[in-house]
Design a protein around this ligand. Structure first.
Ligand code: CP
Ligand code: NVA
Length: 304
């Protein structure tokens, strides 16, 4: 029976542990110059109908480096653009591919595709979630801090797709997660309530960003207007200004706080240029770890 990665709720804590372990091993083997060809003869399709630099390239490189073949499909170049039903697309592509990574707007559409497909479907970002991002971010926190428990991880900014995946992560792993968002831009209530009810850690919503980051081990932010929300950018800037991750805010966290951003970043908006480029920032290692985690994800979902 094929398994999908549509949200982090598709994984257990044990699944996450195994993914971290294997991804670190793959990273080490990469650094040693060893090559694993575990996906030789396999093909990964990628259908993206939003832009992507990191997710697309790291999945494509991961597949190629493991001996498999990535096949990128711009959604605009497929029959989807001429209204071929998503279920028909899913069934046809399942006859050619071993897995499909998808970046699209609607989580419902992704779920529909997964229900019709007989191959694993991997969520490469929707309006609602970005699960692969948060898996590699957790790997980065483990790498920098040596643990996930006993850390205060603070989300600052929009209660968006990445924030939702952080809530899902806190639902399955014993994290201490604080979410700090402007009024009206908080995470989806149902996702928040479910995470609070299921977590073995702690989830707090603290709207004042200065209070939220007090003694933080990790500060994480993301753009104020996500893909598809470009027309709201001007309005959002007004509400989000106090949530900028800058030197003043970072100074309230622990002295060894790490600052994370999934990228792309808008310097001078959600994060100041000096913080993004400063000593606390781990964003480039964070971006690199997408490659290693995506290798782990592809092995797990393609090989079982
Ligand atoms: N972090 C991330 O998903 O980046 P891309 O949009 O470049 O894929
Ligand atoms: N929240 C952002 C994440 C980009 C990786 C967006 O959806 O545009």
């Amino acid at each position: 029976m094929k398994k999908d990665l549509l949200t982090l709720r598709d994984l257990t804590a044990d699944d996450c542990e195994a993914l971290f372990e294997r991804s670190f091993e793959l990273k080490k083997r990469d650094a040693d110059g060893s090559s694993d060809r575990t996906l030789q003869g396999k093909t990964l399709g990628l259908i993206f109908d939003k832009p992507s630099t990191r997710t697309r390239v790291s999945f494509e490189a991961a597949m190629a480096q493991l001996g498999g073949t990535p096949l990128f499909l711009n959604a605009q170049d497929t029959q989807l653009i001429r209204n071929e039903p998503i279920a028909d697309t899913a069934r046809a592509l399942s006859r050619y591919l071993d897995a499909l990574a998808v970046r699209t707007y609607s989580q419902d559409l992704l779920n529909e595709l997964a229900a019709a497909a007989s191959i694993p479907i991997i969520n490469g970002l929707t309006d609602l979630y970005h699960p692969c991002q948060v898996l590699s971010d957790l790997m980065t926190i483990l790498e920098k801090k040596g643990e996930l428990e006993n850390l205060k991880i603070v989300w600052i900014g929009d209660g968006n797709n990445v924030a939702h995946s952080w809530l899902n992560a806190a639902a399955i792993l014993p994290l201490h997660l604080v979410v700090s968002c402007p009024k009206g831009y908080q995470p989806d209530e149902a996702i928040l309530v479910a995470a609070v009810s299921d977590t073995k850690g702690k989830i707090h919503v603290i709207s004042d960003p200065k209070e939220a980051v007090r003694d933080a081990d990790v500060i994480y932010t993301d753009v104020w207007a996500s893909m598809g929300q470009e027309s709201e950018h001007g309005l959002r800037k007004k509400f989000f200004q106090p949530y900028q991750v800058n030197q003043r805010l970072v100074a309230k966290a622990k002295p060894d706080v790490i600052v994370m951003h999934c990228l792309p970043a808008h310097r001078g908006e959600e994060i100041s240029a000096d913080v993004l480029e400063g000593a606390h920032s781990v964003v480039w290692d964070q971006a690199e770890n997408k490659l290693h985690m995506h290798k782990g994800i592809l092995e797990k979902f393609i090989m079982g």
